[in-house]
Design a protein around this ligand. Structure first.
Ligand code: NAD
Length: 482
């Protein structure tokens, strides 16, 4: 197969189409999302029908026959050129991401840059055959073969990075992929697939935008072999139930309510900015970030005062304005949910020492909020806010705080902050989460598997484990004589 690796030219970001079989396709009906920073309508995007899905699946299945037989080297070359092309268009992707998602331009540019890195690093991971036994007349080999057609269902918080992670995982391992963006953020994902036309044969990378009916069309489809889903726990359960009908393979990356435990020996001034950023980046709309902050009672008052002072320095506004840290929350539904949760502060007689209010005069803005020592049973502790609302609690007993940290049904990430590495290791070893950090939170890498324990997910993405999630294990028994 010849792959053209020279096509890094500019992409047009004015009009948006589905990408089916390397063709730009329109649909009879269109829709649009709105810019959450100013409530203005974004461009029209397709509303995919069942017939479009059937066509895309057929093209993906046809493409799989050849693509699955290409070598890792061929797929690496195509993906590498694709990464270069995304990088060449990074500015437009970042602006479009700010327009559709609301995150500040510098955070959008970081996300696009991460997507490029994720491709470049993941295609360097080797998937080896494993010789289980070899003797004179017999060789037993475990190998990893592609599954077929993957459906990549993407949420609205990190549409570029999360879609790209799924595309590279699927395509590098020899599968074909159909991306389904969130209806709130379809724009960058449609353009990522449009750019892919230049590097992959028809049917290998496709993208369908639609309304709420589209996700189930993919999870129900008998022609799709694997669903990689990132989103909420509630939807993840529906996805798994739907996939069970055809026994599709599923990876579920779901919600979290991560604890961070701050010990009494830390350097408060050095830790405050790290904790502040890890709790509020992307207006706290990240699955894996500090959502329950436990601070040792000996330093609680000083820590709280300095955290409030730090968060006050972070600017709130339209993400296109310079130096903004807090953009709007992404959509009306999320805004209303957050407003409702803010209502629980008064209803439950909690104390907001910062924020607690909203501003929807021009977009979906929530003032960064800190709740001072709410009880464990309060809604702000028990629920994932997915908005800049942070509960901070006092602790004194190590066993007790670990029990509280592990008490919920979620288990995505967790962290311990201390100078004492023995203590850190002892505490980290008891945390129930897919990622555990010492003296940081939300470190991620394309080399490192990422996923949740308990109801935060099933399976992992990224790293070798993530790539293997797009493969079936196959055991080959080779008898050397008949
Ligand atoms: P969501 O579950 O509402 O939607 C996610 C995606 O699923 C969207 O593309 C949506 O259109 C689609 N969808 C909705 N109903 C569907 C159905 N019945 N069948 C198939 N697809 C369906 O989630 P969201 O509001 O977009 O994202 C926020 C949530 O995602 C938060 O809970 C957050 O913690 C979680 N999240 C998790 C990770 C992770 O990697 N663990 C990453 C980002 C976000």
């Amino acid at each position: 197969m010849t792959v053209d690796t020279t096509k890094s030219g500019p992409l047009d970001f004015a009009t948006y189409h589905n990408v089916i079989n390397n063709e730009l396709r329109s649909t009879a009906t269109t829709r649009h999302s709105i810019n959450p920073a100013n409530s203005k309508p974004n461009p029209e995007v397709p509303v995919t029908t069942q017939e479009d899905v059937d066509q895309a699946v057929k093209c993906a299945r046809d493409a799989f026959k050849k693509w699955s037989k290409t070598s890792f080297a061929e797929r690496r070359a195509a993906l590498s050129a694709y990464a270069d092309a995304i990088e060449a268009n990074a500015d437009r992707f970042a602006k479009t991401l700010t327009m559709e998602q609301g995150k500040p331009l510098n955070q959008a540019a970081t996300e696009v840059g991460m997507a490029v890195t994720w491709i470049r690093v993941m295609i360097d991971i080797e998937i080896k055959e494993n010789v289980i036994e070899e003797k004179d007349d017999l060789k037993i080999v475990q190998r990893h073969v592609p599954m077929g057609v993957a459906g990549a269902i993407v949420p609205w918080n990190f549409p570029v990075l999360l879609a790209t992670g799924k595309v590279v995982g699927a395509v590098y391992t020899g599968n074909t992929v159909i991306v389904k963006p969130s209806p709130f953020t379809p724009y960058c994902d449609l353009k990522l697939a449009e750019l892919a036309i230049r590097f992959f044969p028809p049917g290998v990378v496709q993208c369908l935008s639609g309304d709420d009916s589209l996700g189930p069309m993919l999870t129900e489809h008998p022609g799709i072999d694997k669903i990689s889903f990132t989103g909420s726990i509630a939807t993840g359960k529906r996805v798994m139930a739907s996939c069970a009908k055809t026994l599709k393979r599923v990876t579920l990356e779901l919600g979290g309510n991560d604890p961070a435990i701050i010990c009494d020996d830390i350097d408060i001034d050095a830790v405050i900015p790290k904790v502040g950023i890890s709790a509020y980046l992307c207006s706290a709309q990240i699955c894996m970030m500090i959502k329950r902050l436990y601070v040792h009672e000996k330093i609680y008052d000083e820590f709280l005062g300095k955290l409030i002072a730090f968060v006050k320095t972070l600017k709130i506004g339209d993400g296109t304005e310079p130096d903004v840290f807090f953009g709007p929350v992404q959509n009306k539904m999320q805004f209303e949910k957050a407003k409702e949760l803010l209502g629980s502060i008064t209803a439950e007689k909690l104390k907001a020492v910062l924020g607690g209010s909203t501003d929807d005069s021009h977009g979906y803005f929530i003032h960064p909020t800190i709740i001072d020592n709410p009880p464990e049973s309060s809604r702000v502790v028990q629920e994932e806010p997915f908005a800049p609302i942070l509960p901070i609690m006092k602790w004194s007993d190590e066993d007790d705080v670990l029990e509280k940290a592990n008490a919920l049904e979620t288990g995505l990430g967790a962290s311990v902050w201390t100078k004492d590495l023995d203590r850190a290791t002892r505490m980290a070893n008891q945390l129930q989460a897919g990622s555990v950090w010492v003296n940081s939170h939300f470190d991620i890498s394309p080399k490192a598997p990422f996923g949740g324990h308990k109801q935060s997910g099933i399976g992992m993405e990224w790293g070798l484990t993530g790539l293997l999630g797009y493969c079936n294990s196959q055991t080959l028994w080779l008898r050397k004589s008949s």
